[in-house]
Ligand binder design. Structure first.
Ligand SMILES: Cc1ncc(COP(=O)(O)O)c(C=O)c1O
Length: 440
């Protein structure tokens, strides 16, 4: 892989901050080191002293005085060592990436902690995109990605997809505009990367099949583009065995994977992690050095303590419990949709994640239906437009999230939706009955 071909001039110009390097050196040194170097404040002056955090199973995560001093202090930009090594072991165990044994410059697997996967994504995009570059994705997709991409001035090309994600034949068709040889030409418009959400897509709920992933990876090799595998719903797959990831197939070192603890440990603690070829992850770490400096040491330590206490097995047992919850919620959502919306809307059962993506029949755009009529009935869903590459284009879809509501609330929302298309179509005249309180 010629990584320099992918990175922008801004990213290539990043150099390590000498002060950050000293901070990292200090943290690796024995306590006997006397340092008058870094600009770290003295934690003895900080007001917080200890913490004891109760876990669901009744055990506690204890942060004693010494650990608290570390938790409140600056730390390495890539992440604190104990969390990094725990996460590296997890990735090796779950994905067994071929790149683990590669030479660093040949794309050896590297990992860094990010402040949620959103930070990782936006920094990866900024590392790779020059104005005018082409990128591929399967819209409708996560608005956080679209919002990060649009201002970078790239040409976003949509790749057709269905309930099983990107259709490899359609990707091939899109790529036929270029020749694989274009990858060797400077300033070529060949796509730099393909972005996709491989499990429980946001908003579609779609999950890529293993065969499709293999075909897509082969196309990436042929046309020499990177794959950004944004997988926050990986741990919310409802059925085992979990699908092999792009990272697990990555013999070239062309996959950048974003993971997130937001859906399984906490969204507010803001812990995500990036896994990918070292030459690219190192560029992201240099960017972190000059922006957030590092993800909060406190939240990293809190998570690291918990993960060390649990071990990988305890962590995966916890994940199983979370999956059980979401799977039941998914089933409640499907029963409610079946009860109220059969014939009025179309949907596919999601195999992962927390979203049901519904096409409302006879409605060309759900914007007003949801933002006005549904809201008047105290019901909130996301109109499909929000997930289009151009969010002013109409969409017949709505996204219903089944993460937070109780079964009876999910049932109520579906019932309200039953009446809305009719009201939308017939304006003030309701075809259900003159006194229909849903419509008037
Ligand atoms: C597809 C996708 N990617 C990334 C994110 C951001 O997650 P995080 O909380 O890890 O930043 C989300 C959040 O909903 C998401 O749905």
């Amino acid at each position: 892989m010629n990584y320099s071909r992918f990175i922008t001039a801004v990213s290539a110009a990043r150099t390590a901050s000498p002060i950050r390097l000293l901070t990292e050196l200090m943290q690796r040194s024995p306590p006997s080191l006397i340092s008058l170097a870094g600009g770290a404040p003295n934690p003895n002056t900080f007001p917080f002293k200890t913490a004891s955090i109760t876990i669901g199973d009744g055990t506690t995560v204890e942060i004693g005085e010494d650990l608290m001093k570390r938790a409140l202090q600056y730390s390495a930009s890539a992440g604190i060592p104990e969390l990094l090594s725990w996460l590296k072991d997890l990735q090796k165990n779950l994905h067994n990436p071929p790149t683990v044994e590669y030479q660093p410059e040949k794309g050896q697997m590297e990992l860094c902690v990010t402040t949620g996967s959103q930070e990782g994504l936006s920094k990866v995009f900024e590392m790779l995109i020059n104005p005018g570059d082409t990128v591929l994705l399967d819209a409708p997709t996560y608005p956080g990605t679209l919002a990060a991409l649009r201002p970078l001035g790239c040409n976003i090309v949509n790749v057709p997809s269905d309930q099983h994600g990107i259709i490899p034949k359609a990707l091939k068709e899109v790529l036929s505009r270029w020749s694989p040889e274009d990858a060797k030409k400077p300033n070529s418009s060949l796509p730099k990367f393909l972005y996709t959400i491989p499990n429980g897509g946001n908003p579609t709920g779609a999950s890529l099949t293993t065969d499709r992933k293999k075909d897509i990876y082969q196309l990436a090799r042929q046309y020499d583009f990177l794959i950004i595998e944004d997988d926050p719903y990986y741990f919310l797959q409802f059925d085992k065995p979990w699908a092999p990831t792009f990272l697990s197939m990555d013999i070239d070192g062309r996959v950048i994977r974003t993971d997130s603890f937001s859906k399984i440990l906490s969204s507010g603690l803001r812990i995500g992690f990036l896994t990918g070829p070292k030459p690219l992850i190192d560029r992201v770490i240099l960017h972190i050095q000059v922006s957030t400096m590092h993800t909060s040491t406190f939240t990293q330590l809190m998570i690291a303590q918990l993960l060390q206490q649990w071990g990988q097995k305890g962590f995966l047992d916890h994940v199983d419990g979370v999956v059980d919850f979401y799977k039941k919620q998914r089933d409640v959502m499907l029963v409610a949709a079946d009860k109220w919306l059969k014939g009025l809307a179309d949907w596919h059962s999601p195999a992962a994640g927390m979203f049901l993506w519904m096409k409302i029949k006879g409605v060309s755009d759900t914007q007003e239906l949801i933002m006005k009529k549904a809201l008047e009935k105290q019901v909130l869903l996301v109109p499909g437009r929000a997930f289009n590459i151009n969010s002013s284009n109409p969409s017949s879809y709505v996204r219903a999230s089944f993460s937070l509501s109780s079964p009876s609330q999910i049932d109520q929302v579906s019932a309200v939706l039953l009446y809305l298309p009719a009201c939308q179509l017939f304006g003030q005249i309701c075809y259900h009955s003159a006194s229909c309180h849903h419509c008037h």
